[in-house]
Each structure stands twice: as C-alpha cells, then as structure tokens.
Design a binder for this molecule. Structure first.
Ligand SMILES: O=C(CO)COP(=O)(O)O
Ligand SMILES: O=C[C@H](O)COP(=O)(O)O
Ligand SMILES: [Zn+2]
Ligand SMILES: [Zn+2]
Length: 310
C-alpha cells in the first residue's frame, strides 16, 4: 500500500471512539521501531517529521526510509505527515517531496493571518491530494491557569474553531485544552478542559481534532534515565487515562514525541552503562529501537485504542 492520507483513518477513529498515534521520527531506528509496533498491534499509524527532523536527517532520507518501511509493511495504513510546518514554502516542499499530510502551525500569528496562510496551503495541498492539519490556540504551560479568563486567553475558543475550519477548509484541527510540548507540562495537577473539547465537538460534528503535547512522561523511564547518569528532574506529563478519555471524544490524532525520546535515551544510557567496553553503535541502538517499539505498543493499547482496527 502506498502512503495514505488521514481521511479514512480519522473517519474510522471518530466512529470507533479511538485515536491514531502520530509519532515523531528522526532516524531509521525510530521508524523501524514504530512500524514493528504498528504491525504487532495491527494498527494504522502516522509518522511525522518536524522541521527539526528535516534539518537533522534531510527530507529525502526521511521520505526514502518511510518508503522502504512501507515495502516491509504494505498492510499497515501509514501516513507521512509534516509536524508544525511554519510556512507555505515548507508545506509545499513536503507536499512536492512525497508527504501525504502536512500541518501548518499558524497559531502564533494573529487569527486573520493564520486563516489566510492555512487557506493558501489547503488550496495547494488539496490539488495534490494531500490533507492539511491546522492549529488554533496556544499550547502554553498551564501553571498559571487559575482563572476562567486565563484559560479563555490561551485555550482554543470553540466558536472561533468552527469558523476557522469553515473559512480554511483544513482537514483536521489541533486545539489547546491543557496539553503542552516537552517533558515539563504541569507544575500543579494535570488538567484537560473536556468541556471545551465537548463544545468543539458539538460545533464541528464528525470532525477530527488533534492533541499535540500528549506525552505522559512515564515515571519508570525518567527514573531509568536518571539511574544511569541522566538528569531529568521535575518532569510531568498528561496521565494516560486522561488522554484515553479524549480519544473517545472528538480527538482522532494524538501526538507523541517526548515519551519516545525518554524510552530511547533511557535504553541507550542503560546499555552503555551495563557494557562500558562496547563501542559498537549497534550494541545500544538495538535496545533503543526495541524500546521505541515497546513504547508505541504500550501507547496503542493504553492510550489510543487503535489495535486491531485495520
Ligand atoms: O506534539 C508533539 C509533536 O508535535 C509532541 O508532544 P510531546 O512533547 O508531549 O511528546
Ligand atoms: O512538537 C514538536 C515535536 O516534539 C518535535 O520536536 P523537534 O522540533 O525538536 O523535532
Ligand atoms: Zn503549535
Ligand atoms: Zn506538536
């Protein structure tokens, strides 16, 4: 099967009250680990590359590696997605280069400009059969969100979200309801604004919503990092049961990068510490790839609910 867009997988996920995992990829081992997990779980998957990933590996390497993975796993519906594209030019380069889905993240721009550029990208992408994710709202840390006013200032406004989708024609929308990127998401208790998500769902029926910044920062992996010389202190993520609940609502795509980073790095630290004489990269990259696989399998089972949906 060639790369697919996300329309079909999101439709099934919406109807089935589960979500598709979008996992960030930067190299061969990460792609292989994710695809092995998708195969084992019989689940569709989204491989996503950020601008940082494009700079690190090179766009053509990423596309090439994913195409080879597809030959190995032709039965797995797989999308290749640009994560947080910051301009029309970068989205266009990915569309022209073989991606099946792109995100334009205009959330830092004024609303009108976000609408204008998103619409322009949707026009180009749809002509080429590529789907577009957009973003509205700010994925800030929520430690200061004590008041309703503060939430309204940062989180996505449901009415504006409905208008934005109508104006731009984007195929999915990332919203801000309390998640944020990285390993340090909350100073206080974890929080997701389900009321807001429900309002968005009512105003945009049958429409796929995306959650960024949805890693859980599983303590076991932080502890393993730190036990083998790491220094990851005070990290906190979104509890998995909270994400599972969001996946049963309008959320059809859940983005996970940090948990894969922690899984890989803790595996590499452990392997190096346990065999200090080893200097063969395969000695630590093999357990790292296995750690990616196990993490993705765990996410599919505990968070996404997308196992056996092919
Ligand atoms: O949203 C993400 C990628 O776009 C990743 O979020 P995490 O940092 O929570 O893994
Ligand atoms: O949301 C960002 C993703 O975690 C990708 O991170 P990156 O830009 O460092 O590749
Ligand atoms: Zn963003
Ligand atoms: Zn993101």
């Amino acid at each position: 099967m060639p790369l697919v867009g996300t329309t079909e997988m999101f439709k099934k996920a919406y109807e089935g009250h589960y979500a598709i995992g979008a996992f960030n990829v930067n190299n061969m081992e990460i792609i292989q680990g994710i695809m092995e997990a998708a195969k084992e779980e019989n689940s569709p998957v989204i491989l996503q590359a950020s601008e940082g990933a494009r700079n690190y590996a090179g766009q053509e390497y990423i596309v090439g590696l994913v195409k080879i993975a597809l030959q190995d796993y032709p039965e797995i519906p797989t999308a290749l997605h640009l994560d947080h594209g910051s301009s029309y030019e970068i989205c266009k380069a990915c569309i022209d280069g073989g991606f099946s889905s792109v995100m334009y993240d205009g959330s830092k721009h004024p609303y009108e400009e976000n609408v204008r550029i998103t619409k322009q990208i949707v026009g180009y992408a749809h002509d080429k059969g590529v789907v577009v994710e957009a973003e509205l709202g700010r994925l800030a840390g929520v430690e200061d969100l004590v008041s309703v006013d503060a939430k309204d200032a940062i989180f996505t406004d449901p009415d504006q979200a409905a208008e934005f989708v109508e104006l731009t024609g984007c195929d999915s929308l990332a919203i801000a309801i309390g998640t944020s990127h990285g390993a340090y998401k909350y100073k206080g208790d974890p929080y997701l604004d389900y009321d807001r998500l429900e309002k968005v769902g009512k105003l945009l029926p049958d429409y796929p919503i995306v959650l960024h910044g949805a890693s859980t920062v599983i303590p076991e992996f932080v502890e393993q990092c730190n036990a083998y010389g790491g220094k990851v202190l005070g990290a906190k993520g979104v509890p998995e049961d909270m994400l599972r609940k969001a996946a049963t609502m309008a959320v059809c795509k859940i983005n996970i990068d940090t948990d894969i980073r922690l899984a890989m790095t803790s595996a590499i630290r452990k392997a190096l510490a346990e065999d200090p004489s080893n200097f063969d990269p395969r000695g630590y990259l093999k357990p790292a790839r296995e750690a990616v696989k196990q993490m993705v399998m765990h996410k599919i089972e505990a968070v996404l609910g997308s196992a056996n949906t092919i």
